[in-house]
Design a protein. Structure first.
Length: 566
């Protein structure tokens, strides 16, 4: 009885402390709102120059939110539809074409198969001059999007330039659906492959439908590709995990300062594919809901994770309505995978003296255990069971992309080639590559390499230390050699440049899905996934945590994830 009274007393003390803290917070909020309202009023009335009340308020809001994290943001009424399209809905009224600006001119970038732009023969490379008699020159991208979008069935007139001629295109907008599952199919060696690009509305159902369809073909295993998926709706992630694990299993817990934001999410249904061998592909762009799926399936020892370390976004956002149809998206909690780890990589609560956000230090990372006892770590994304090193694009390739020279050549290639080989086997010939090089004659694709920047920094430091005369000749010699090496970059990086160019070209014939299929022939992560799915003993060793697979992603540098086998 004494123990009960003691517990009750401590509970009352804790409740009283919480209540006092809550009241104190409310007082501070009320006090500071009064101060801000008075300040805002006095500035608008008394400042020497004319002020714009809306601009002042927006600057105040942005400054306040900038001190938090990049995911907490204000959405005015004018941006609500774009917000919903980005974070919630997969549908909008439009024509099914993406655009890009090149030197201030607006061009069609890609068209989506079967939608109004495609049906009316709008082509990549077409320059858009007017949208419904409104000139696009000088417009921002958001303004262009608003002009192109509208209710299903509404009319749209485009004035375009193609091959130097003005052409009018009359279209009727349609309901454009952005699928969460961009592509699904069987690989040539009979593995099921599903590429999930978003976690927006209906994502789990799309994955389920694809899995059901592919499972009819009795695959030897399944690959879920999350490498390009920046996240979305948390509940969709939970439902996707439920496709592969049993009912009533903890998938993720979110914990916030507000007790009402602390929620546990468990699987609610019987699984569709509880036994199928499963690999999840992740990379540096896999974030948020992608990391919940990968982290949960890793912690539950249900799937093997292949690729690179994921982004490390362990924060949960919720949207709240504000006056005048505006919204605020607020980070309300952190999420924790079944083992108890939070994979958040950036420590927004402890910025340095320069206002920069540090990463969680290796020394502060904590060890957790998967269901079977493998060691995993918090604080820096999801580390793969099988690490596949990724190669960054070379400076010459990035320059060609930024200068839109791949874009230009792909459009010219389409004019000269009515058909190409099927997407899965399409490759440029050496003759094609020579033609591409010829198209670069007279074009500006200059760039400054990392080595050149280092040489420039070295020269600057030598001048500061009055040592330039002693090393000037050596620096000039290095610079000359560097310029000579750059001249051969188009040959040195030919395989990489060809792959990027092929991706651009194949999209002109086989749309977005064609790009996915064509890239399979160069996909190292996919190759590694198929290799491990085809090796039952290795899969079992990884999932049981045998030998080198006992520890995954230790901050101790001597312990690393298993490399791919050649």
């Amino acid at each position: 009885m004494k123990k009960i009274r003691l517990v009750a007393a401590f509970s009352l003390i804790a409740f009283a402390s919480l209540s006092w803290s809550f009241k104190e917070d409310l007082f501070q909020v009320s006090k500071n709102l009064d101060i801000f309202a008075s300040l805002y009023k006095e500035i608008n009335i008394n400042y020497v120059d004319e002020t714009n009340p809306s601009d002042l308020m927006r600057s105040s809001i942005d400054a306040m939110l900038d001190g938090l994290d990049p995911y907490t943001e204000y959405i005015p009424e004018s941006e609500v539809e774009d917000y919903k399209l980005k974070y919630v809905s997969t549908q909008y009224g439009g024509i099914g074409a993406s655009t890009l600006f090149i030197e201030g001119k607006l061009f069609v970038n890609e068209v989506s198969e079967g939608y109004p732009a495609d049906k009316q023969d709008l082509k990549p490379g077409d320059q858009i001059v007017k949208i419904n008699d409104v000139a696009v020159k000088g417009k921002e991208r958001a303004q262009v999007s608003q002009l192109l979008r509208g209710p299903r069935g509404s009319a749209l007139t485009l004035l375009i330039i193609r091959n130097g001629a003005l052409i009018t295109k009359n279209l009727n907008r349609d309901e454009i659906k952005q699928p969460n599952v961009l592509y699904s199919g069987m690989t040539d060696d009979h593995f099921a492959y599903i590429r999930l690009d978003k976690f927006l509305e209906n994502a789990a159902q799309e994955v389920k439908d694809a899995a059901i369809n592919l499972n009819k073909q009795q695959p030897k295993g399944m690959i879920l590709d999350l490498r390009y998926n920046g996240g979305g709706i948390l509940q969709e992630a939970v439902k996707i995990v439920n496709i592969f694990v049993n009912k009533d299993i903890l998938v993720v817990t979110q914990k916030g300062r507000n007790p009402q934001k602390t929620i546990t999410y468990k699987t609610l249904a019987d699984p569709l594919l509880p036994q199928i061998p499963l690999v999840i592909l992740v990379g540096g762009n896999s974030a948020s809901a992608s990391e919940i799926v990968a982290g949960a399936l890793q912690d539950l020892d249900r799937a093997i994770i292949v690729g690179q370390r994921s982004y490390g976004k362990g924060l949960v956002q919720q949207t709240f309505p504000l006056p005048y149809n505006s919204l605020v998206k607020v980070t309300v909690a952190k999420y924790f995978t079944p083992s108890g780890r939070c994979i958040q990589a950036m420590d927004y609560a402890h910025k340095d003296v320069n206002g920069k956000t540090p990463k969680v230090a290796d020394s502060l990372m904590n060890k957790f255990s998967t269901r079977i006892g493998r060691s995993v770590y918090d604080g820096n994304g999801i580390y793969p069971d099988i690490l596949v090193e990724t190669a960054k694009l070379s400076p010459i390739t990035i320059s060609l992309l930024n200068k839109s020279l791949f874009f230009d050549y792909a459009n010219a290639y389409k004019k000269d080639h009515k058909t190409i080989a099927p997407a899965e086997g399409f490759q440029l010939t050496d003759q094609d590559y020579t033609a591409f090089l010829s198209s670069l004659d007279g074009k500006d694709y200059a760039y400054v390499s990392k080595t050149e920047r280092l040489l420039a920094d070295l020269r600057t430091e030598a001048e500061k230390e009055n040592k330039l005369p002693a090393v000037k000749a050596d620096l000039e010699d290095l610079k000359t050699k560097m310029l000579g090496a750059k001249k051969t970059d188009l040959t040195t990086f030919k395989p990489e440049i060809k792959r990027v160019l092929e991706t651009q070209i194949v999209s002109r014939y086989y749309y977005e899905k064609g790009k996915v299929i064509q890239a399979f022939q160069y996909d190292k992560e996919l190759t590694a996934a198929k290799a491990v799915l085809g090796n039952a003993s290795k899969m079992l060793a990884i999932l049981k945590g045998e030998g080198e697979y006992k520890t995954i992603g230790s901050p101790i540098k001597t312990i690393a994830a298993a490399p791919i086998e050649n």
